[in-house]
Design a protein around this ligand. Structure first.
Ligand code: ADP
Ligand code: MG
Ligand code: MG
Length: 193
């Protein structure tokens, strides 16, 4: 279950992980995109932490909202509006339910709507979708997350910059799936699930 405490902790952890892996994320994006994914996420999450410290949100929906607004307004790349829309939908969902899977499913629906994308197109959805599915079936583990990211290697990109490469995108991990792994790991370490 999301609580004000564990969600705040999740965002701090996510920011830390992004800072630690900024270069690796940008390197993944260098191979099949424009090489800025680590920097985009770093700029976004730095703004999210600043927003949290300034606004001191006291509820789960408010926390997701602060995250959404900062990601949408501070990140130039595609990932900002995509993560931001996910957070906005999670803000809305958490006003009416405490069901973690349902809240995450609404977040995923936000990404799909915004990106006009679905599973197996080599995007962050290929982390979100199987992760939520596994949570519905039983326990999601960190090993599962690693496996889901690895699976994006074999996929051909159908959306975003990587899709310009067509078949040449095969053999590389999707950077957005890799950053989403860090988000889900943060939720786990903060005790959300
Ligand atoms: P940009 O491509 O604008 O430079 P980033 O490099 O920050 O933005 O983010 C790229 C990531 O965004 C991709 O690895 C992919 O996971 C995700 N992405 C891009 N387009 C879409 C889309 N239409 N739907 C879902 N995810 C997408
Ligand atoms: Mg990029
Ligand atoms: Mg870019």
């Amino acid at each position: 279950m999301f609580t004000t405490e564990n969600l705040t902790k999740s965002f701090y952890l996510f920011h830390e992980k992004i800072e630690q892996q900024k270069n690796q994320l940008s390197e993944l994006d260098q191979a099949i995109g424009d090489g800025d994914h680590g920097n985009n996420m770093s700029r976004g999450m730095t703004a999210v932490i600043q927003g949290i410290e300034e606004k001191q949100p006291e509820t789960v929906p408010e926390l997701f909202k602060v995250a959404a607004m900062n990601l949408i307004s501070k990140v130039g790349g595609a990932s900002g509006p995509l993560y931001g829309t996910a957070m906005l939908q999670m803000s809305k969902a958490s006003q009416t339910t405490e069901d973690t899977c349902q809240i995450l499913t609404e977040g995923l629906a936000g990404i799909k709507n915004r990106g006009k994308s679905s599973e197996d197109e080599k995007t962050m959805i290929d982390l979100w979708f199987p992760a939520i599915e596994k949570m519905q079936q039983g326990k999601l583990t960190k090993e599962d997350l690693v496996a889901f990211v690895e699976r994006t290697k074999d996929m051909e990109a159908k959306k975003g910059r990587a899709s310009y490469l067509g078949e040449r995108s095969i053999g590389h991990i999707d950077p957005g799936a890799a950053s989403s792994q860090l988000l889900f790991e943060s939720f786990m370490e903060a005790g959300v699930f």
